[in-house]
Design a protein around this ligand. Structure first.
Ligand code: PEP
Ligand code: MG
Length: 324
């Protein structure tokens, strides 16, 4: 099977009906970067910056971070890398930050909430990213945005960081895109102005699904209870895709489900055109996409939904049988 994937490494993820799906990879450590070339990914759709904080025993300095991000950009050879700002709290606790005791950490003080309430670290990180870019294009996204104002406030921090760097005489990025992760159901219903304001959105399916079904992604008793291809969730995702299409907001999906071939094919069928996944999943996902006709698959999903099933998975698996 591995050979089969090698043979399609440099071929596009193009479906039988001629639709191109952009394949990006998720990363978080320097060690992940060689996979960018070996996997055939077109860029890094999610760089989880917290991993660099989690592997240390002390808060990294700005110069260290800046050097690290520059190395990541060098290794990506001009391909797009989307840096996600620090996503800590919940299951990711930094040993050198004062722990807060929360009854429900997944619903608690985490990610951009911490970044906005205690902006010191986020400011340092934004500054390090601008310096690392050193005049190259820069893509940044904020995790766990739950309402428009949080994005606006985080973006204002970015504008302030740019202004500071300009005054200090550092080169500004040649181009800058600032996006948000869509990982709380609230954002699916945010006002149109939010969709116009963000430069792009990326669905964090791991969190989005946990909050949609109210089922803790860390809890073995419930984490596999609800199917991603459950009709309710698929309909919800389709609504997000349709809003982004209508409002011209670039959208990707970067949760673990993007790397599962059956799920990925269904995401393409409901209109997603950019998927970001762990490097090892790129071959298998590309392979299934290249043998799928999205129009046929849309028909299969439509018929399954109309028949009242809970999940479209059995029908989709039947259709994909022999293509896996
Ligand atoms: C997600 O929630 O889907 C996601 C990509 O972020 P993380 O898994 O790091 O929470
Ligand atoms: Mg998440």
């Amino acid at each position: 099977a591995q050979e089969r994937y090698t043979s399609i490494r440099d071929k596009p993820a193009e479906t039988l009906c001629g639709t191109r799906i952009a394949m990006h990879m998720n990363a978080g450590l320097m060690a992940d970067l060689p996979s960018l070339v070996s996997s055939g990914a077109e860029g890094v759709g999610l760089f989880r910056t917290e991993l660099q904080f989690l592997v240390r025993s002390h808060m990294p300095k700005r110069a260290e971070l800046s050097e690290l991000y520059a190395r990541v950009m060098d290794a990506s050879q001009g391909m797009r890398v989307v840096f996600r700002t620090l996503d800590i709290g919940s299951d990711k606790v930094l040993p050198y930050m004062k722990a807060v005791n929360e009854p429900n950490p997944a619903l608690g003080w985490r990610a951009v909430r911490v970044g906005l309430d205690k902006p010191g670290v986020m400011r340092m990180q934004l500054q390090a990213l601008i310096r690392a870019a050193a005049g190259r294009p820069l893509s940044v996204m904020f995790p766990f945005v739950a309402q428009r104002e949080e994005y606006t406030a985080a973006r204002a921090e970015m504008d302030k960081a740019l202004e500071r760097e300009r005054i200090l005489g550092h080169p500004l990025p040649e181009s800058l895109e600032v996006g948000a992760m869509l990982e709380t159901p609230s954002l699916a219903f945010a006002p149109d102005s939010f969709y116009s304001e963000v430069d792009f959105l990326s669905i964090g399916g791991n969190d989005l699904k946990q909050f949609f079904f109210a089922a803790d992604r860390e809890n073995e008793l419930v984490r596999r209870r609800y199917d991603t291809l459950n009709v309710s969730f698929l309909t919800f995702l389709e609504g997000i895709v349709n809003r982004c299409t209508a409002l011209g907001t670039p959208l990707s999906f970067c949760g673990e489900d993007a790397g599962r071939p059956i799920e990925a094919a269904c995401f393409a069928a409901i209109g997603l055109r950019t998927l970001s996944m762990r490097p090892a999943s790129i071959g298998p996902v590309k392979s299934i996409l290249r043998r799928t006709d999205l129009v046929e698959l849309q028909g299969v999903i439509h018929d399954a939904r109309s028949s009242g099933v809970q999940s479209v998975r059995p029908a989709v698996m039947e259709y994909l049988r022999g293509k896996l």
